[in-house]
Design a protein around this ligand. Structure first.
Ligand code: ADP
Ligand code: MG
Ligand code: MG
Length: 213
């Protein structure tokens, strides 16, 4: 089975910054329907800060643990709102579960992502069906873990995770929000995609695109 390297993860983070910027208006439009119209700008701003930090680090290839922890700390300090602490926790807890080494197996990577998502649940207490990023992240972890267990390549496993995240994002449309700002709307939150589930699907699609072929 193949390995996932910190250089590939850095490529993913850089591509994610570009994708989140390209989709910022769309994410903010989703948040304007059921929140406070800042999710696109929050994510784009956070990932610009991630890019700046990667650039400042120069050509040194960091281990997977310091790379992911640094992303987590940047997002916590630069992104306000719910998503800053939740995505910050995702990357910080992925980092805590990651090795100092510059590569990991697909199975170990699945465990790293699972630890990050468990951290988001520990902080935000959302379950699947609450209309949050967990609706995209939880099925992505299951797909990634199952694919890794059946010997899938990094490309195959992350593609399965991205597809699961996209279906999970779509599943949020009819739901009534039970967590976060959107929950203040009650029944009026139904009929819109959750912005955080949409940004999570973008991150996983970008990961699959990065590791494809
Ligand atoms: P804010 O709501 O503070 O303005 P954002 O708009 O950046 O922050 O992010 C909103 C997203 O955060 C929601 O769409 C949802 O996916 C996610 N979210 C909010 N609360 C929670 C929670 N308790 N658990 C998981 N995700 C949450
Ligand atoms: Mg918002
Ligand atoms: Mg806000």
């Amino acid at each position: 089975a193949d390995e996932i390297t910190s250089a590939e993860l850095e490529t993913w983070l850089r591509a994610s910054a570009a994708e989140l910027k390209a989709h910022a208006d769309e994410l903010t439009a989703l948040d304007s329907a059921i929140g406070d119209a800042d999710h696109g700008t929050n994510m784009a701003r956070g990932f610009v800060a991630v890019l700046d930090k990667l650039d400042a680090a120069g050509d040194d290839v960091p281990g997977i643990q310091p790379l992911l922890k640094s992303v987590g700390m940047t997002l916590i300090s630069k992104v306000g709102g719910a998503s800053g602490s939740l995505y910050g926790t995702l990357f910080l807890d992925m980092g805590k579960a990651a090795p100092a080494a510059t590569e990991v197996s697909v199975t170990d990577f699945a465990a790293i992502v699972a630890a990050g998502v468990a951290g988001v649940v520990g902080r935000g207490h959302a379950v699947v069906g609450d209309k949050t990023m967990i609706d995209a992240l939880d099925p992505a972890v299951t797909a990634l873990t199952d694919a890794a267990a059946s010997g899938a390549s990094a490309a195959e496993a992350t593609r399965a995770a991205a597809e699961a995240a996209t279906l999970g994002r779509d599943s949020t449309e009819p739901l009534v929000a039970r967590k976060g700002r959107a929950s203040y709307l009650g029944e009026r939150s139904a009929g819109h995609l959750d912005p955080g589930a949409a940004s999570s699907a973008i991150l996983l699609q970008t990961l699959a695109d990065t590791l494809a072929g």
